[in-house]
Write a protein that binds this ligand. Structure first.
Ligand SMILES: [Fe+2]
Length: 266
């Protein structure tokens, strides 16, 4: 049974309150990450509940989920953007903030270190080889939980009429049918797509579609499928034959994972 996590939830709420913005549009960007964090924490709880984990790993995963984006608020305050490319690595910033704020003082050192490492790892392109097992598993849980939540948020950005925000679309070019070929190629071959290769909004859609290959746990795929956001995303792709191929590949991968016998993918 998990030791009470509510003091950490309270700390988080108070921490975010420090970043209150006088301008209501700017406040929305703060709220976006606050609400996102709570949903990621909830997703992590759902995934943790389906896995046979020891109590330390489960605790690191849940605390890692709660604090994964703690760096976002300082990032926004200083740089007014959530683009790491145009500012700082928010995972590393969050890891540093947890140390400065001494939030995890009540935890054993091993948990403190593992939570901070999980926060630092959550937004890495790929996890490095040789991570301690607790950090590796917790990071995978947080990464899946994060993707599951940010996914519908980003998709709704493409399905909403007209209004779009470059804080969320990372300042990409609109170009109705334009896309970057290396990104299409990687999606079709189940390879990871790099943020740095993105040029158009369609590239961002393709990057999101490629996440079907990046979820670690079958429970994550079940949640993605139940919530229907992948189909919503596929609906927003331009009417081009190569995009029909993307849809086919993405649906086949979902089906493969959902019908497999093992809990972990790949
Ligand atoms: Fe993040």
């Amino acid at each position: 049974m998990q030791q009470e996590l509510s003091p950490y939830l309270d700390w988080f709420t108070q921490y975010v309150a420090r970043y209150a913005q006088p301008d209501s549009t700017e406040q929305q960007y703060i709220d976006l990450k606050h609400d996102h964090t709570l949903r990621v924490f909830e997703n992590a709880g759902l995934i943790v509940a389906t896995l046979p984990l020891d109590s330390v790993t489960a605790r690191v995963a849940l605390l890692g989920a709660l604090f994964h984006d703690v760096g976002r608020f300082e990032q926004y305050r200083v740089y007014k953007t959530y683009s790491d490319r145009n500012s700082v690595n928010h995972g590393l910033l969050g890891c540093r903030i947890l140390g400065q704020e001494q939030v995890l003082q009540g935890e054993p050192e091993s948990i403190r270190k593992a939570v901070r490492a999980t926060v630092a790892m959550h937004n890495k392109f790929a996890l490095p080889i040789g991570l301690p097992e607790v950090v590796r598993v917790a990071s995978n849980i947080v990464r899946d939980s994060d993707k599951l939540d940010i996914f519908p948020v980003l998709v709704s950005n493409f399905t909403r009429d007209g209004s779009k925000s470059d804080v969320v679309t990372l300042g990409l070019e609109e170009g109705k049918t334009q896309y970057t070929s290396v990104i299409l190629h990687n999606v079709l071959h189940g390879k990871p797509v790099k943020y740095a290769d993105m040029q158009y909004v369609n590239d961002f859609k393709l990057l999101l579609a490629s996440w079907v290959f990046n979820l670690e746990y079958r429970t994550s795929m079940e949640l993605l499928s139940e919530r229907g956001a992948m189909e919503q995303l596929l609906d927003t792709l331009p009417a081009l034959s190569e995009m029909d191929e993307v849809k086919r590949v993405v649906r086949a991968e979902m089906y493969r994972v959902l019908t497999s016998d093992v809990e972990t993918k790949g």
